[in-house]
Design a protein. Structure first.
Length: 358
């Protein structure tokens, strides 16, 4: 049995996947299996996966109808043979020392869940010192971990497959936020089990994240965006409020981050989503009236937070929300003028400053 399983959802990455596979094959740590799950990719990715499986026994190819990244990751998890699991995107890369460094850290700190930083600049991925710099984080740091994208991505951590199997953990079948929900479920299960005490964060980046792929999920919005993000908002609020000792400053910023995420999703619906203006407004209004969003608004109000979107969204007024979104995307200078004007007015009325989040 391999010590590590690398699970990969493969779709539409023919231009990039060869680089990813080469980077994995060149790892100085070799006791791994790579499960390549072709999610009905319309290009040549399926054939590339088969070719690698034929020439290197560590690589295994699976083929399925298109169902989204979460469904492909489910196939990988259900077929994983490794003691540990990490999930990767098919257009990213690993430096040669990554897996060896990560697993050595897990061995050094067996009571910690191992995380690592990432970079979109290849030149920043350099072999770390021995031993590498590590920061230990606990439940009180969950808010900061969310803000620093350390709760977001399946490719930023090791998963203990004993915990995953015992708790029957699988990614939720949604398009947006499936990483976040799965990582929160996993962290909750690990801490509750008593097997783990904290998180060990490798401060040097171990993963190269591609941010220039025009076909990646993060570069486009799909019709389910707002609905998925509402689910993620409820999950996050439940998760954070259950963690002891989270600083109010971190929690307030998390609220603002979720509000901005939802506001820009609504703005996108109003400005760019396909459909008639009436259908766009109906969909946006449904978001504003949802229980999840009303819960978020109530939390923001209770903590006296400011966002240029907040006043209008609390009143269900769509035109100003759409206008602010268009300003931010097309005329950011005017957006920032509106932001600061509202910020100082809010400060005067509330009697305290809100954290800033543009």
């Amino acid at each position: 049995m391999p010590l590590l399983t690398v699970g990969v959802a493969v779709y539409g990455a023919e231009e990039y996947i060869e680089e990813f596979l080469v980077s994995l094959a060149r790892q100085t740590f070799t006791d791994f299996e790579c499960l390549l799950v072709d999610d009905g990719s319309p290009d040549g990715c399926g054939a590339i996966c088969d070719a690698w499986a034929a020439k290197d026994s560590r690589f295994k190819a699976f083929h399925k109808e298109n169902g989204g990244e979460a469904s492909a990751w489910r196939v990988a998890i259900q077929n994983a043979q490794g003691r540990w699991l990490t999930l990767m995107d098919d257009d990213d890369r690993l430096p040669p020392f990554a897996l060896k460094t990560i697993l050595a850290q897990q061995q050094r700190t067996p009571r910690s869940m191992v995380l690592w930083r990432w970079s979109n600049r290849w030149e920043e991925l350099k072999p770390p010192a021995a031993p590498p710099a590590v920061t230990h984080l606990g439940p009180a740091d969950m808010g900061r971990m969310y803000l620093d994208s350390l709760l977001y991505y399946g490719w930023g951590r090791l998963f203990d497959m004993e915990v995953v199997r015992k708790q029957a953990l699988l990614p939720r079948l949604i398009v947006y936020g499936t990483d976040l929900l799965f990582c929160m479920d996993y962290a909750r299960a690990c801490l509750a089990s008593g097997a783990y005490e904290d998180f060990a964060l490798l401060e040097e980046p171990m993963y190269w994240y591609r941010d220039d792929n025009p076909g990646s999920l993060t570069t486009r919005l799909r019709p389910s965006y707002c609905e998925d993000e509402l689910l993620a908002t409820d999950y996050l609020l439940d998760f954070l409020t259950a963690q002891p000792g989270i600083p109010q400053a971190d929690y307030r910023l998390c609220l603002l981050h979720r509000l901005r995420t939802m506001a820009e999703g609504v703005g996108y619906v109003l400005a760019r989503e396909e459909g008639t203006p009436a259908a766009q407004r109906q969909k946006a209004q449904k978001v504003l009236q949802s229980k999840s969003f009303q819960r978020l608004l109530a939390e923001c109000r209770a903590h006296k937070l400011y966002s240029p979107y907040l006043f209008w969204m609390r009143r269900g007024l769509l035109w100003p929300v759409g206008r602010l979104y268009r300003l931010k995307t097309a005329r950011p200078r005017w957006y920032h003028r509106a932001y600061w004007a509202g910020y100082w007015l809010h400060t005067a009325l509330a009697g305290q400053k809100s954290p800033l989040l543009f």
